[in-house]
Design a protein. Structure first.
Length: 330
């Protein structure tokens, strides 16, 4: 069987599996158990801990006996131990992780019904997440519907849902994959896909709350590295922005890279692009990385990355933790 056909069969089989187990079953609120198994950065050389501008602190393969756990597509980490992630089946996963990977206080819940979407997975496909630590509000980006929902501080109440007109013609399957609140109060929304098969991804910069129709906004673009698509972004403590990018190829399956963006380049009409500072490809660990977060710990900048296993048995939910060192192109 030729590779394209084989991959297509695998993909079709996975789509069928997802539709029967997650499309029509809303996530039930429950305390869950999450096991964390350490994973090396380089399976063939356990002494290696450097990946471009990143130093490996630790990483874990996460598993749970709760069938709704998985598909994690966005990430927020507060205080370097409080993890919030959203799945593309409308699940909200929260837990605390210790220095050596011990996980506690794990729970799963559905995104608020006030965000709309109903029971179908296409209505609950959450792909992006942003948090304002001052007001407590959260914002969730939905694919298929191409809307943004603002929630209250505990992510339990959907307060307002809005589809910016600029997002109305975005692809249903590659819409608002990235939703980032900048420290000054602006928001960036980046589409995973491009218009008319171009390379530049549409970006909307909002002057404030993106669910407020009266907030001014301007259009930008993002040019990812060739063959890659943006899946998430995080603002570093110094104001620079890291964008996580993912690629899928027949020979290597999933690979990823991180680009770094100068905040001075963020202005209306600009096309954002930056050097690659780390690549997740063989011989290094690689997966379907879709979420990134950052913070500070003991005076150093920390970067977290999480993968979406698509609820597939042959994929993994990986949570990796790095220290950012000097930035150099990779």
């Amino acid at each position: 069987m030729r590779w394209p056909v084989l991959l297509g069969v695998l993909f079709l089989g996975q789509c069928v599996r997802s539709s029967t187990t997650h499309d029509l079953t809303p996530v039930a609120t429950a305390a869950i158990t999450i096991d964390a198994e350490p994973v090396p950065l380089y399976a063939e050389d356990l002494t290696r801990s450097r990946l471009g501008a990143l130093d490996y602190i630790g990483g874990w393969k996460l598993t749970s006996d709760n069938p709704a756990f998985g598909g994690l597509s966005s990430l927020d980490v507060e205080g370097n131990n409080s993890v919030t992630a959203l799945s593309d089946a409308g699940g909200l996963v929260r837990f605390r992780i210790g220095k050596f990977g011990h996980i506690s206080n794990a729970a799963i819940a559905a995104v608020p019904s006030g965000c709309g979407g109903g029971k179908e997975k296409t209505g609950r496909d959450t792909e992006s997440l942003a948090h304002d630590r001052w007001s407590g509000h959260w914002w969730i980006g939905f694919e298929w519907r191409n809307v943004i929902c603002r929630t209250n501080g505990d992510l339990g109440i959907g307060e307002r849902v809005y589809q910016p007109p600029e997002m109305a013609d975005w692809s249903r399957t590659s819409g608002p994959e990235t939703l980032l609140r900048l420290s000054g109060g602006r928001f960036l929304v980046i589409a995973e896909g491009s218009r008319h098969d171009g390379e530049v991804r549409p970006v909307i910069m909002f002057g404030g709350d993106p669910t407020n129709a009266k907030i001014p906004r301007v259009m930008l673009g993002y040019l990812p590295p060739p063959g890659f698509s943006p899946t998430d972004a995080t603002e570093l403590p110094d104001g620079r922005i890291l964008i996580l990018n993912r690629s899928l190829a027949l020979t290597s399956l999933f690979t990823a890279c991180i680009t770094i963006i100068d905040p001075k380049s963020i202005r209306g009409g600009a096309v954002l692009q930056g050097p690659v500072i780390a690549r997740f490809a063989s011989p290094a660990i690689s997966e379907n990385f879709e979420g990134i977060a950052s913070g500070t710990e003991n005076g150093r900048t920390v970067v977290w990355i999480i993968s979406d296993d698509n609820f597939a048995s042959w994929q993994r939910t990986l949570l990796l933790k790095f220290a950012l060192t000097e930035v150099r192109a990779n």
